[in-house]
Design a protein around this ligand. Structure first.
Ligand SMILES: Nc1ncnc2c1ncn2[C@@H]1O[C@H](COP(=O)(O)OP(=O)(O)OP(=O)(O)O)[C@@H](O)[C@H]1O
Ligand SMILES: [Mg+2]
Length: 855
């Protein structure tokens, strides 16, 4: 096969792959209906590249490292260094360059290492496909597929690449991704005209669309960026509605940037106006901007997130989208479907009875035939029916099928035996009963009209079963003409009701403590199910989940967005909702300002998994759900989730420490610096001193992602609230400015300080206060009662020692420092202590106010 390669990568596109015969296409692709050999596939993979819709920009670490020098801030610093060199100030130039190199390198290594580990985890859950290689069926990562590969598809599969059908049975595909049309489209083998577009090609399936029902064998003709979805992948990449955390971070970044630009411009203008030396003023402003920018934020974010992801992995939760770690931590509403999460999902068929409530073998037979012949994704109820091996197809064969969908909630198969044809329908009783006009008795020997009285009796029986916690399916049938070939939804009318099948799906015992833990941890749990209200109520009761209000799909239909938001807030149980309604509920809750998680594993859960702030699925879920989820639980167990939530909160807590640090002490210092520079006849700190200060400060904060978080901070979902951050910033900014003013007074009035002394003293004081305050900010407790991690202690104390020893060394002179008189040192130490004490008090007052709901 190796010698029959397609002549060039563009060859498969010469003619649309859906026109002409399938044989011709196979020949063109150098393949056969039994697929490629592994060696050939390997060779093609090298030629065509990986099968991922977006061009993978796998960059070498060197390139990634160099790319950091494109950051605006780094560029400005480089310019500053060059400018100093040009004016002959080689010391400054080399110091700036060294500082720059150091901080970029640190940042790079931290981030790179953590990112690598998280990437490996994601690989574990990468999508896979069933493919024929060397004539045998294998499961391989979808990214390794090449044109010419033959893949096998079934209900629930995600189509791995653009492919032409070679064989198909009742194949229905959802290609809303391409066409926007959410109804399943039927696909079948055959030839399409050459001028048909991809969306009209009924004999081809496209990457990232999903199989609703049926099975198929198909040959891949385009992979990766050459697929239809690859062409629009760029716009898809931007699609995900930003989650709570991402949005807040963006707003925060913007706020700081505005402040920085404003401050720097004002300083620059004042200096120029006062006819200070231009270059010095420029350098000073640049250094200020550098000092103000939370340049470590991206590193802190990615390192805390990757660490969070790794720790979650050890607790059996795989993170697909890194920022979902934060979203999980701040989640305050969890919506979950029922089967498999709250219940065991090992369903047993307990009863099969006719419309009068008598046990009935015919109901079992009809439902069995329906389940046996249907090709959609089998539900656990189908499995339970088919477990009755005593029933046999007994001469029946299938003619056609109207596959299951979550709007109709029923499935029909058209069967034939000895020349007569029967449409057998099974589904949710609410959907089936209105379609029935008759019911049967005595194992189908007698039939009666389903009049009002009979209907009421049947309804009552169905309700009774629901009360007892049984999930119920109804079975009905209808004789069809012997020449009928195709069954349609419209044929599901004037049915004869055969009876009910009742199933038991026992609640999961492990779910009870997990639900309690979630509730205690400030996460409201809501059940969103396509199943019947009574059954869901029963499960909630068994699990001790108090149900405040119930909303059914039908009631929900009548509500507009505004009304739904209000109702959704008060409702615990949503029953008989369709997939689209599930995602409406999620959006409504998000609209109320909740951070919403959604846990589900079915085809019908995919839209909600997308719509939620954090979509959670399980490893055994259908491909579509796995693909849509941000997190995958390796064990179908709510307890695992609770641990993940804690990990998310820990991560969140550490990011908040960095943000509070950057916006309080650091910000306050830079503010005083800007102010002082406008009042003093000399610069309060030289540009290189500010840069050094900034570097040491960054060093001290490198260990923040490794820090411990107090258990009480993990107890409730943290709210990231920009207003609270701003208040914090204002309060601590003022406090630190007060002490800065005191320092200035001591220096200028008591010691009559000239520039070098002033600069040295303030460098030491500002760095020390700035760094030490982390031990106050990192906890809501008395700082002595909460243990920081060893790394944080080491990095902070290290930075402080360097800052306070440097002026007394020879190296200090390079930076323009001079040794301090001992008395001044003592006074400064006193100021530092006084500052820290007042910071502790202020911090306490701040949280006391916040927790008592004061604005
Ligand atoms: N294979 C099937 N044949 C007939 N009816 C079905 C089948 N699968 C599901 N149904 C009907 O559709 C309803 C909704 O399906 P399902 O229970 O899977 O939804 P769901 O929202 O995933 O529920 P859950 O929360 O229990 O997972 C079922 O209650 C049942 O009445
Ligand atoms: Mg489900």
């Amino acid at each position: 096969m190796g010698d029959r390669r397609p002549s060039s990568p563009s060859a498969p596109e010469a003619l649309p792959a859906w026109s002409g015969s399938a044989e011709a296409l196979l020949a063109r692709l150098g393949s056969s209906s039994s697929g490629l050999t592994s060696t050939e596939a390997q060779a093609r993979l090298e030629r065509y590249g990986p099968n991922t819709p977006e061009r993978r920009t796998r960059r070498f670490p060197v390139v990634e490292f160099l790319a950091r020098f494109r950051e605006p801030l780094v560029l400005v610093l480089l310019a500053a260094s060059v400018a100093s060199a040009l004016t002959g100030d080689l010391t400054s130039a080399s110091i700036i360059a060294t500082i720059l190199l150091l901080s970029v390198t640190l940042d790079f290594f931290q981030e790179h290492r953590a990112g690598d580990a998280a990437e490996k985890l994601r690989h574990m859950v990468a999508p896979r496909a069933r493919v024929l290689r060397d004539g045998t069926e294998q499961e391989l990562p979808s990214a390794t597929l090449v044109p010419g590969d033959v893949v096998l598809l079934e209900a629930g599969s995600l189509v791995p690449a653009d492919a032409r059908l070679l064989e198909s049975r009742d194949l229905y595909v959802n290609q809303a991704l391409l066409t926007g049309e959410s109804y399943p489209v039927e696909k079948a083998t055959g030839e399409a005209p050459p001028d048909a577009g991809p969306t009209e090609a009924r004999n081809a399936v496209f990457m990232s669309t999903s199989v609703i029902s049926g099975t198929a064998r198909a040959v891949i003709f385009n992979t990766g960026t050459r697929t239809s979805v690859g062409a629009i992948a760029h716009s898809l990449a931007q699609r995900a509605p930003s989650t709570a955390f991402e949005l807040e971070m963006r707003r925060f970044g913007l706020m700081l940037m505005r402040l920085t630009v404003l401050l720097v411009l004002v300083v620059l203008l004042v200096h120029v106006h006062a006819r200070r030396p231009l270059l010095e003023s420029f350098l000073f402003s640049v250094a200020l901007a550098v000092g103000l920018t939370p340049e470590l934020l991206p590193m802190i974010l990615s390192v805390t997130l990757s660490r969070g992801a790794l720790r979650m992995a050890s607790r059996h939760v795989i993170v697909k989208r890194l920022s979902a770690v934060h979203d999980l931590g701040s989640m305050d509403v969890l919506c979950t479907d029922k089967t498999g999460t709250l219940t065991e999902a090992c369903i047993r068929l307990e009863q099969h009875e006719d419309a009068t409530g008598r046990e009935c073998a015919r109901v079992l037979e009809l439902t069995w035939l329906n389940s046996h012949f249907e090709t959609g994704l089998r539900s656990p109820m189908d499995e339970a029916i088919l477990a009755h091996q005593e029933v046999q197809p007994a001469g029946w064969s299938k003619v056609d099928e109207v596959p299951f969908d979550f709007e109709r909630r029923r499935v029909s198969v058209l069967l034939e035996r000895e020349g007569h044809r029967l449409l057998v329908v099974k589904g949710a009783p609410e959907e089936l009963l209105p379609l029935c006009t008759h019911y049967e008795e005595d194992e189908g020997r007698t039939q009666h009209p389903l009049d009002a009285a009979a209907r009421a009796r049947v309804q009552a029986r169905f309700a009774e079963l629901g009360e007892q916690g049984f999930r119920v399916l109804a079975a009905a049938w209808r004789e069809e003409p012997p020449d009928m070939q195709v069954a349609r939804t419209g044929d599901e009318v004037e049915l004869t009701l055969a009876g009910f099948a009742a199933f038991l799906d026992p609640p999961k015992q492990s779910a009870r403590p997990a639900l309690e833990a979630l509730t205690r941890g400030g996460v409201q749990v809501k059940v969103v199910t396509g199943d019947d209200e009574r059954v869901a109520q029963h499960v909630c009761r068994e699990l001790g989940l108090p149900v405040k209000q119930v909303l059914t799909g039908r009631q929900l239909e009548a509500l507009d967005e505004q009304a739904l938001r209000v109702r959704a807030e008060q409702t615990t149980l949503f029953a008989r909702v369709s997939p689209a309604q599930k995602s409406r509920i999620i959006r409504a809750l998000r609209g109320r300002g909740h951070v919403v998680g959604y846990l589900g594993d079915g085809v019908n859960d995919a839209p909600s998994l997308h719509a939620a702030d954090v979509g959670i699925s399980v490893d055994g879920a259908v491909d579509v759900a796995r693909e849509a989820a941000d997190l995958l639980l390796l064990r179908q167990d709510l307890a695992v989730l609770q641990e993940g939530v804690e990990e998310g909160r820990r991560t969140f807590g550490n990011v908040m420490k960095y943000i509070r640090m950057g916006t309080s002490s650091n910000f306050g210092n830079m503010l005083s610096m800007a102010g002082a520079s406008m009042l003093l006849p000399f610069l309060p700190m030289l540009p290189i001193q500010i840069l050094l200060n900034n570097l040491l400060y960054d060093l001290s904060e490198l260990a923040i992602p490794l820090d411990e978080v107090d258990p009480e901070q993990l107890a409730q979902p943290p709210r990231w609230d920009l207003r609270s951050v701003q208040r914090f910033m204002a309060l601590f900014g003022v406090l630190s400015s007060l002490f800065d003013a005191a320092t200035f007074a001591v220096l200028l009035l008591l010691f009559k300080a000239e520039a070098p002394l002033f600069q040295t003293a303030w460098f030491m004081e500002s760095l020390t206060t700035q760094v030490l305050v982390i031990f106050i900010i990192r906890t809501h407790r008395n700082p002595l009662r909460s243990r920081p991690s060893g790394w944080l202690l080491l990095s902070s104390l290290g930075a402080i020692v360097v800052a306070n020893v440097l002026p007394f060394t020879a190296l200090g002179a390079w930076f323009g420092f001079i040794p301090l008189p001992p008395l001044l040192g003592l006074l400064l130490a006193g100021l530092v202590v006084a500052y820290l004490l007042s910071a502790v008090l202020l911090h306490r007052a701040f949280y006391w106010h916040q927790s008592h709901g004061c604005p």
